[in-house]
Design a protein around this ligand. Structure first.
Ligand code: ADP
Length: 306
C-alpha cells in the first residue's frame, strides 16, 4: 500500500549552503585568509575521502588548507611533534585550524593526540578544553556534527527552547556534545544509549528525537510520537543485492509516515558537518587575528557559537 508521508523533509543542502554563505561573509571581514591543516594517518580509504572532501570545500570557499598524510607506522611522538609545529605556526600565513582525522591506526592514542592541539585551533571541537567550555555553557569551538545539527534546526526554524529533546547515543563525537548544545538553548534533554532498557518508551516522549547510534533502522515508527521532529545522524553502509553498498540512516524510512519533520540520509545532517567545519575555521581565524578576540583562549565570537 502507498505510504502517506506526513513528515516535512529537512534537507541538508539548503541549510549547509546558508551556513557556508555565512562563513564566506565572515571570512571576508578578516585581515587574513583562514587556514586549516588536516592530519591523517595511514591509508584508511574512508578517512582519505573525508579529508579530500573537506579540503575541497575549503578551497571552494577560498580558505587555505594543507593535508599532512602520515604513514601507517607514524609514532605517537611523531604525531605530537607535527601538531606542536602546527600549533606554533602563527604569523601572517600561519595555521588557524588543526584537524586530526579519526580514526587513527590502533597503535595510536587519539585522545592524547587531540589533547595536544592548541584549543584556539581546535576546529573539530574535540579537545577537552572545548568539551569543558561547551558543558559550562561558555563560548568555544563546538564539534562539527552536533553544531551542524543545531544549525539545521535553526535554518528550518524548529523550536528547541522548552522542548523535550531525546538523544539516542552518547559518543564524544555526537551524543554528548549535542546534549550540551541543546541544554545551552533551553531544551529539556534526555540521553538514551545502549544500556537503556526500553528505548521506545524513552524515544516516544521526544518532541525532538536525535539519533546517533550507528545502527541502521534502529528507530521504527512505533518509537516516534506523531508529529515529532526526527534528526537522523546515522550513516550506515548496508550491502544491496547488486553487492554495492547503500547509505542508510539510524531511522527507518517508514518513520516519515509518523514524524512531523525528518532529515533524509543521505542528504540530511551529512552536508552540515563539513559546512560547520568551515565556519569553525573562519571563527578560529577571527579569534586569533581580530583585536579583542586574540586573548580568548576559547575562541568565541558570541552569538555564532552557542
Ligand atoms: P557515533 O560516533 O555516530 O555517535 P558511536 O558508534 O561512537 O556512534 O556510538 C554509538 C552510540 O550509540 C553509543 O553511545 C551507544 O550506547 C549508542 N547505541 C548503540 N546501539 C544502541 C541501541 N541499540 N540502543 C540505544 N543506543 C545505542
Amino acid at each position: 500500500a502507498a505510504r502517506t508521508d506526513a513528515a516535512r523533509t529537512l534537507g541538508g543542502p539548503p541549510a549547509a549552503a546558508a551556513l557556508l554563505d555565512a562563513a564566506t561573509r565572515l571570512a571576508a571581514t578578516l585581515p587574513v585568509t583562514p587556514s586549516i591543516a588536516f592530519i591523517r594517518v595511514g591509508d584508511d580509504p574512508a578517512s582519505e575521502s573525508y579529508v579530500r572532501g573537506k579540503a575541497k570545500k575549503a578551497a571552494e570557499l577560498g580558505l587555505h588548507s594543507a593535508v599532512y598524510a602520515l604513514p601507517d607506522n607514524t609514532t605517537q611522538a611523531d604525531l605530537h611533534a607535527l601538531i606542536g609545529t602546527l600549533n606554533a605556526d602563527h604569523g601572517v600565513h600561519g595555521v588557524h585550524g588543526v584537524l586530526l582525522q579519526l580514526p587513527l591506526p590502533a597503535h595510536l592514542n587519539a585522545d592524547a593526540a587531540l589533547a595536544c592541539i592548541d584549543p584556539r585551533k581546535d576546529v573539530d571541537g574535540l579537545h577537552p578544553v572545548s568539551a569543558g567550555l561547551l558543558w559550562q555553557g561558555q563560548p568555544g569551538l563546538r564539534p562539527c556534527t552536533p553544531a551542524g545539527v543545531m544549525a539545521l534546526l535553526d535554518h528550518y526554524r524548529i523550536p528547541v527552547a522548552g522542548q523535550h529533546a531525546v538523544i539516542v547515543g552518547r559518543s564524544a563525537l555526537v551524543g554528548r556534545p549535542l546534549a550540551g548544545l541543546l541544554l545551552n538553548v533551553d531544551a529539556t534533554v534526555t540521553v538514551a544509549h545502549r544500556a537503556t532498557p526500553d528505548l521506545g518508551d524513552v524515544t516516544r516522549r521526544a518532541d525532538l528525537l536525535i539519533v546517533a547510534a550507528g545502527q541502521a533502522h534502529l528507530i521504527t515508527p512505533d518509537m516516534v510520537r506523531p508529529g515529532a521532529t526526527v534528526i537522523d545522524v546515522g550513516i550506515n553502509r548496508v550491502p544491496t543485492d547488486t553487492g554495492k553498498a547503500r547509505l542508510t540512516g539510524d531511522v527507518h524510512p517508514d518513520v516519515a509516515a509518523v514524524a512531523g519533520a525528518l532529515t533524509p540520509v543521505p542528504g540530511g545532517v551529512g552536508p552540515m558537518t563539513v559546512a560547520q567545519l568551515m565556519m569553525n575555521t573562519v571563527q578560529a581565524a577571527q579569534n586569533q587575528t581580530v583585536h579583542g578576540h586574540a586573548d580568548q583562549s576559547n575562541g568565541a565570537s558570541g552569538e555564532l557559537l552557542r
